[in-house]
Design a binder for this molecule. Structure first.
Ligand code: CO8
Length: 293
């Protein structure tokens, strides 16, 4: 505990020093940042409109314990409310995005405790976020780590990333999307093989099967994910939100219902100032200035 306090005090001190010398370079840390034990948060990008959440439990390869998931949910609550944030990046370390749910914490759980305590019910905050979330995956994304990445909207992988659903080797099955989201993304045969063997797949294979959208050298990964967040953030936040909802609807409904939802949402954009501004700016050959109205 004393070590954690010392590390946090050192980190805060360094941030204050950087900010004092170069205020424009200083990342915006949230007031609660000094109390975080399992994650780090920072606001970055040229316009300081991309939030980066770094899972920070190195000794356990970022295994997802209750404390970590609570801090992650709280950070998402605050970034979702923050009008200055356009996109969120979730990342880990070079060795591990997350090596799964914390097996040591789960080990004593009984069936009754899982049911009565609704285990994992509050671990899906990422999937409910209205703002776009990019997973920047370096190293291991195993079990719950892979599921956490799949709850995000876009996955960028470092070239050494490794994905797996190894729950089968622990005598259990994936509990937060490994049998469902993965199957929708990669198809039945591949998802079956991944879930029934627990085998790891590398970044290249993951890209080939559509699980990740890009493979990037490990040391450039977070920077590229932030750039992606900035690009998304250059558009209207209001329309980005509607567009995210429309793409997600493709996973939840039939093609006809989805197409109807898309068409109605498209029509609805015509009631917004940002649609008017976007098209007017094109016609007037100038950059659009969006207002989220
Ligand atoms: N839980 C708890 N501790 C872990 C975990 C984990 N999932 N993974 C690694 N650790 C710990 C190790 O116990 C070790 O701790 P210690 O030093 O105290 O012994 C430390 O991290 C370093 O790990 P290793 O020494 O094993 O490191 P290696 O480089 O030799 O191996 C591996 C790395 C291959 C990643 C290996 O650690 C491993 O196989 N880990 C377990 C992977 C796994 O089975 N994950 C699935 C867990 S079950 C699950 O995720 C259910 C999902 C539920 C939904 C979640 C929703 C978001």
């Amino acid at each position: 505990m004393a070590n954690i306090a010392k590390t946090l005090a050192g980190r805060v001190h360094n941030v204050i020093q950087v900010a004092a010398k170069n205020p424009q370079l200083a990342p915006r840390f949230y007031s609660a940042a000094a109390n975080l034990e399992f994650i780090k948060t920072e606001v970055t990008g040229e316009k300081k409109n991309v939030a980066v959440i770094t899972l920070n439990r190195p000794k356990a390869l970022n295994a997802l314990c209750n404390g970590l998931m609570k801090e992650l949910s709280t950070a998402l609550d605050s970034f979702e409310k923050d009008k200055g944030i356009a996109a969120i990046v979730i990342t880990g370390s070079e060795k591990a995005f997350a090596a799964g749910a914390d097996i040591k914490e789960m080990q004593p759980n009984t069936y009754s405790q899982c049911i009565m305590g609704n285990f994992l019910n509050d671990w899906t905050r990422v999937a409910r976020c209205q703002k776009p979330i990019i997973a920047a995956v370096n190293g291991y994304a195993l079990g719950g780590g892979c599921e956490l990445a799949m709850m995000c909207d876009i996955i960028y992988a470092g070239d050494k990333a490794k994905f797996a659903q190894p729950e089968i080797a622990l005598g259990t099955i994936p509990g937060a999307g490994g049998t469902q989201r993965l199957t929708r993304v990669v198809g039945k045969s591949k998802a079956m093989e991944i879930c029934l063997t627990g085998n790891m797949i590398n970044a290249e294979e993951a890209e080939k099967m559509g699980l990740v959208s890009k493979v990037i050298p490990a040391d450039k990964l977070v920077g590229e994910a932030v750039k992606l967040g900035e690009k998304i953030g250059s558009h209207s936040g209001l329309i980005v939100q509607l567009c995210k909802e429309a793409v997600n609807t493709a996973y939840e409904t039939t093609l006809q219902e989805g197409l109807k939802f898309e068409r109605r949402t498209f029509h609805a954009t015509f009631s917004t100032e940002d649609r008017k501004e976007g098209m007017t700016a094109f016609v007037e050959k100038r950059p659009a200035k969006f207002s989220n109205l």
